[in-house]
Design a protein around this ligand. Structure first.
Ligand code: F6P
Length: 501
């Protein structure tokens, strides 16, 4: 698990790097003949962490077991990491009920909703015994289990005495892990936490019950670096820590000084993509085959690609499109809205209701404007990434109107491979707006008239203006790739590590 690379915390020793995240790089299953097979984990986070693993090839990645076969791999990887696709993986099996409480009751409705501002506050949330149970019997034990797996993995590894241990903990499912890691590994371990979702303002954070709002902050301050995608989230975090815990902060420097005299750096590293990976994919035969289906859609192509999540603002996006077709009858049959949506977190009632609301809205719009030869909205939920990339290449307008979004990597992936000088409509509340907002059409995600106006403007924009914008967007994305994202973090880890001596 040791690696020597430029930018490592200790120039003279080696670095033992461990990544910890809820979702892992692969999930395992059995094929028809009973043999073990695996598929790569989906999502931007997994792609990004793969880039860290490429950079530090001896690193170990610890993640939750998600399937029955994963549980078998978990048992096998207690002794030593399991090697798959050149990666060293340790899977952690959690108690089933504890995991259910963590994922479906604490992390995804409560924390996710607080971070993305999704509650209808006069009515929700109603916190009580059930919340405390989800915390005590779900979230906390799952996090302890992760810390235990990290400690066990490090113990079984062959690190030398001078080696520095660096643990990269990812996202809101694992907020309590730094506390339990510190208890097990002591002050010498270097802990960095990356939060991939927006950080709310202090009054938003105070929606959480006291034990969670303070417990999480105290745990995060056991890390050496707390990282976000934007400077705005980093600033909100610093303000929250100051107001909720009353600790000393330096907002300008991005430093929190804990009561124990430790220095926690709060930083922004905007996550990105590997443009080459998407360019290669865009040229692949499987994507080219899918393009025929895209070309058959009538008129200009308006595209959105999202997980079915309330934070993505999918229903309001359809209402805005409805408004645009209402205000501009001449646009009817001149555009097709392709919505590529991926089912997500279906056991959570709010998500199930949202999926129904999406279907109802699509039906209404299609009934209102559809003709024999034109379906205004084409809803596509098939699991087919090449089809999404074919759509990325061919959109005229890409709609990203999230209520709030940590970054939104679709905005980057799609723009780098687009061949139609497509226009990006981007919510001012998506993390990507800090980098891409200048050359996109910015929208307030709550204002359907403004979004309808942006849709019309994008669909009727001159060719010159489209080309100018897309060129600027592509060069911005290419100037900060996933490699730079990894490099910047390793550099700060090295710098902070030296200060700690
Ligand atoms: O980036 C935010 C995030 O929640 C990741 O932590 C997660 O892997 C991804 O979105 C998808 O969510 P889920 O793991 O709940 O399917």
């Amino acid at each position: 698990m040791t690696a020597r690379a430029e930018g490592n915390p200790k120039a003279d020793g080696e670095m033992r790097l461990v990544i910890v995240s809820n979702r892992g790089p692969v999930t395992f299953s059995r094929d028809d003949s009973g043999g073990r097979e695996h598929s790569r984990g989906a999502g931007g986070l997994v792609t990004a962490l793969n880039a860290v693993m490429r950079r530090e090839e001896e690193a170990v990645w610890i993640a939750s077991a998600q399937s029955e076969e994963d549980a078998r791999v978990a048992a096998e990887s207690r002794e030593a990491p399991y090697e798959v696709e050149g990666l060293k993986v340790v899977l952690v099996e959690h108690d089933e009920e504890a995991y259910e409480l963590m994922y479906n009751h604490l992390a995804n409705p409560l924390l996710w909703f607080v971070h993305h501002g999704l509650y209808d506050l006069p009515y929700a949330p109603e916190l009580g015994d059930e919340t405390r149970r989800a915390w005590e019997e779900g979230y906390v034990p799952v996090n302890e289990n992760f810390a235990e797996a990290v400690a066990r993995t490090l113990e079984a590894s062959d690190g030398g005495a001078g080696d520095e241990t660096v643990i990269l903990v990812h996202d809101y499912q694992l907020y309590m892990t730094p506390l339990y890691l510190r208890e097990r590994l002591g002050e010498d371990a270097f802990i960095s936490v990356f939060i991939h979702i927006p950080w709310p303002e202090p009054e938003g954070w105070r929606i959480l019950p006291v034990y969670a709002r303070e417990g999480i902050l105290r745990s995060l301050l056991q890390a050496d670096i707390v990282a976000f995608h934007t400077r705005g989230y980093a600033r909100s975090f610093i303000r929250t820590v100051r107001e909720v815990l009353g600790v000393e902060v330096d907002e300008e420097e991005g430093v929190v000084r804990t009561e124990g005299g430790r220095e926690v750096w709060v930083r922004a590293y905007p996550i990105s993509i590997d443009p080459r990976e998407f360019e290669d994919l865009a040229r692949s035969e499987e994507v080219e085959n899918e393009e025929e289906r895209i070309e058959d859609l009538p008129g200009k192509l308006l595209l959105r690609v999202d997980r079915i999540d309330l934070s993505k603002n999918i229903v309001r996006g359809f209402h805005s499109y409805d408004r645009m077709l209402q205000q501009h009858p001449e646009m009817r049959e001149q555009v097709t809205f392709l919505a590529r949506l991926q089912p997500s977190r279906e056991d959570i009632p709010e998500y199930a209701a949202y999926a129904e609301a999406i279907q109802e809205t699509v039906d209404q719009v299609n009934k209102k404007y559809g003709t024999g030869s034109w379906e205004p909205i084409v809803l596509s939920m098939e699991d087919n990434f090449p089809f999404s990339v074919a759509a990325y290449k061919n959109y005229d307008v890409l709609l990203v109107n999230a209520v709030r979004d940590g970054m939104n990597l679709i905005a980057k992936e799609a723009v780098v491979v687009n061949e139609k000088d497509g226009v990006l409509i981007l919510s001012e509340n998506a993390g990507a707006h800090e980098e891409l907002g200048e050359h996109a059409l910015t929208v307030n995600p709550y204002d359907i008239d403004e979004q309808a106006g942006a849709l019309y403007e994008a669909l009727t924009m001159s060719d010159d203006e489209r080309a100018r914008r897309v060129e600027a967007l592509q060069s911005t994305i290419r100037s900060n790739t996933i490699e730079e994202w990894v490099e910047a973090q390793l550099k700060d880890i090295a710098a902070h590590g030296k200060r700690r001596g």
